[in-house]
Design a protein around this ligand. Structure first.
Ligand code: CUV
Length: 638
């Protein structure tokens, strides 16, 4: 049950909680309604300063041990673990958890693919045969004169080894630029199979096993790479094959996509299969008729968070908002059902849903929530679940009894830039020269490329750092690639339209105007960060910018991250050669050996490095400085 608002101390002004006007409006209404949101819980829960610096260890039961972040070498844990071992183990376990999340999601997509190919699942099909061939070719699978089923069967077998292989290199290492792969081999961090790497990471961080922060970090890199070039990449590629490869599409984003006179259903989570089947159910004639019979104009399906970002990219399904808006949107009173699957689903949704009689439906066997209704989603009979979600929503619509207040904002913009589309738009050498993207980087119109990704976090003002960071980057001619909640933040701020090119510096503006593209390109969900890796590999392959990802004038950032998945993503970008800056907080103590290793030492081994900055303008200039350093090394710093 929601607490009364009197019980929340230190409530912030809604305008200080978020840069999103719709969310701010809903925070105000929630307070009137006496409903607690994650902004309030954050204000009421002071972060533990020892945990924030990763100076505690509970990997055994001789502790838990706490060290003093202000004097970290003064004491050791009961077993003798130093601050560096403790921080490295905690960090590595976050990488393992994040990598496990993405790889388990990818494995679910791969299993669906297997059952579609062998005819056990009939409700899905291979939608993109061209992509099937393309991915197969990238793994040296013969495609000439073979049926899609034959190609797909071979592809399944190869990709399964991404997870199960106990020795050797995962299949997508074939896509890694030679210079980068040479470095990985030298360092011993080429992933074998994700299950093996995650298992070994958990083993090594058990009490009394790996107690050298450098060796722990090495396995953290290997584990993270089994996510980025493994589980996540499999998820992206297989989802494209099954559901279609995104290409630019105009979509509305923000809470105004809800419709007062329609049955509103929100899907929030990460696996696109549930959402794909929802799309079928909401168009089912009998269900549409029963919605109309209940007095609605129809059924309105919208997305949130990452599966929302995928559906927006693939099919133009409207998107209602990112992580920090998922509770707030129910305060509109207009959400007739919210169905969720896995990851980033706050348990707090259950209490808010209860306040507005909104059915909260969990669908995945891995993720139940106390107080929610569980309707298991089953690929062999998907409509049994998705039809029931629609029926529950229609029933709630019929019995609506809460005041409805839907924020009006809808930001139309262009989404759906797959790596294939970026290559089509900015790749492909012509007249013997470099590809347009590389050419424009070499001639300096585009200074470099930045990936801005990751969550929103109630410890900082929602969307604010994303928008300020990106604005500063494009002003300095840095082309920005976006995924996840970052992409939604920029869409809401109106940056996803070609006209936003006027925010860009003169060089980038000229390129955007020539191509007709916005200065920020949205690539989809968190697993679609793999698209950034593929785009980076293509940049190396197109020539003129060195022979490894570490040579490129690129940088990455997650200014408002909150999840362990973000740490895994950060580590695979770093291990792939990318300078990566995180905001909010960083789980290390400055001037310790482990901290300095992440922030400096890794780069001297030939890969990328971590950095941290809270202020988005400072973050932008750190990234630009790195890009300029790389330009200088490449000799293109005119
Ligand atoms: Ni997977 S991981 S809050 S929904 S980006 Fe959004 Fe994206 Fe972070 Fe979660």
């Amino acid at each position: 049950m929601a607490k009364s608002k009197k019980e929340v101390k230190n409530q912030l002004d809604p305008k200080d909680c978020t840069a999103c006007d719709s969310t701010s409006q809903m925070i105000t209404k929630a307070r009137k309604d006496g409903v607690i949101l994650h902004f309030d819980r954050a204000a009421d829960m002071k972060a533990c300063p020892i945990g924030a610096d990763s100076a505690c260890c509970k990997n055994c039961f001789m502790g838990p041990c706490r060290l003093n972040p202000r004097d970290p070498y003064k004491k050791a844990g009961v077993c003798g673990a130093t601050i560096d071992t403790i921080m490295a183990r905690n960090f590595a376990r976050a990488v393992a958890a994040g990598a496990a999340s993405h790889t388990d999601h990818g494995m679910a997509m791969l299993e669906l693919f297997r059952d579609v190919v062998n005819g056990k699942v009939l409700d899905y099909e291979i939608k993109d045969e061209f992509k099937l061939e393309r991915v197969a070719k990238s793994l040296d699978i013969e495609t000439e004169g073979r049926t899609p089923k034959e190609i797909a069967t071979d592809l399944y077998k190869q990709l399964e080894s991404t997870y199960t292989q106990v020795d050797g290199e995962i299949p997508f290492t074939k896509r890694v630029p030679q210079g980068t792969l040479d470095t990985w081999r030298k360092l011993g961090i080429v992933p074998r199979g994700a299950m093996r790497e995650i298992m070994e990471m958990m083993h090594r961080t058990h009490m009394g096993v790996d107690q050298h922060y450098k060796n722990i970090t090495k396995q953290a890199s290997r584990t993270a790479l089994s996510d980025g070039w493994g589980g996540s990449m499999v998820s992206t590629e297989i989802s494209d094959i099954l559901f279609g490869t995104p290409s630019p599409i105009n979509v509305g984003v923000n809470m105004g996509v809800l419709k007062e006179d329609m049955v509103n259903i929100i899907i929030h989570g990460h696996e696109p299969n549930l959402f794909e089947s929802m799309l079928v159910s909401v168009n089912e004639k009998t269900l549409v008729e029963s919605a109309v019979a209940a007095g609605a104009k129809g059924i309105n399906l919208v997305g949130m968070c990452c599966s929302g970002a995928e559906m927006m990219s693939r099919h133009g399904v409207p998107h209602a908002g990112n992580f920090s808006s998922t509770e707030a949107i129910m305060v509109t009173g207009a959400v007739d059902a919210m169905a969720v699957d896995i990851q980033c689903i706050k348990q707090g949704l259950a209490a808010v849903a209860q306040c507005y009689d909104t059915p909260l439906i969990t669908t995945n066997t891995r993720a139940h929530i106390e107080g929610a209704t569980h309707v298991e989603f089953e690929e062999h009979n998907p409509s049994a679940c998705t039809d029931e979600i629609v029926i529950k929503a229609i029933t709630r619509f019929k019995n609506r009894r809460h005041e409805i207040e839907i924020p009006k904002a809808v930001n139309d913009g262009v989404q759906g830039f797959s790596h294939e589309y970026i290559e089509y738009m900015l790749g492909g050498a012509f007249r013997g020269g470099y590809a347009p993207l590389n050419e424009n980087i070499i001639n300096g119109r585009i200074r470099g490329v930045a990936g801005v990704v990751g969550c929103t976090n109630p410890r900082v003002k929602q969307d604010d750092s994303h928008v300020k960071l990106v604005k500063e980057l494009i002003k300095n001619d840095v082309l920005v690639l976006l995924t996840g909640c970052a992409q939604i933040a920029l869409a809401k701020a109106g940056f996803s339209v070609p006209e936003a090119a006027h925010y860009a510096g003169p060089g980038l503006q000229e390129v955007c105007e020539t191509v007709g593209m916005p200065p920020v390109l949205g690539l989809g969900s968190c697993v679609d960060n793999s698209r950034i890796l593929i785009a980076a590999s293509a940049m190396v392959a197109q020539g003129g910018l060195g022979n490894s990802i570490a040579d490129l004038p690129v940088a990455g950032a997650a200014p408002e991250y909150m999840s362990e998945k973000a740490i895994a993503i950060g580590q695979y970008f770093v291990a792939s050669g990318v300078y990566t800056v995180f905001g909010v907080t960083f789980p290390t103590i400055e001037d310790t050996k482990f901290h300095n290793y992440l922030f400096d030492g890794l780069e001297s081994e030939g890969i990328g490095k971590w950095d941290h900055a809270i202020d988005p303008i400072e973050m932008a200039h750190k990234m630009i400085a790195h890009i300029d350093k790389k330009r200088k090394e490449l000799g293109i710093d005119k």
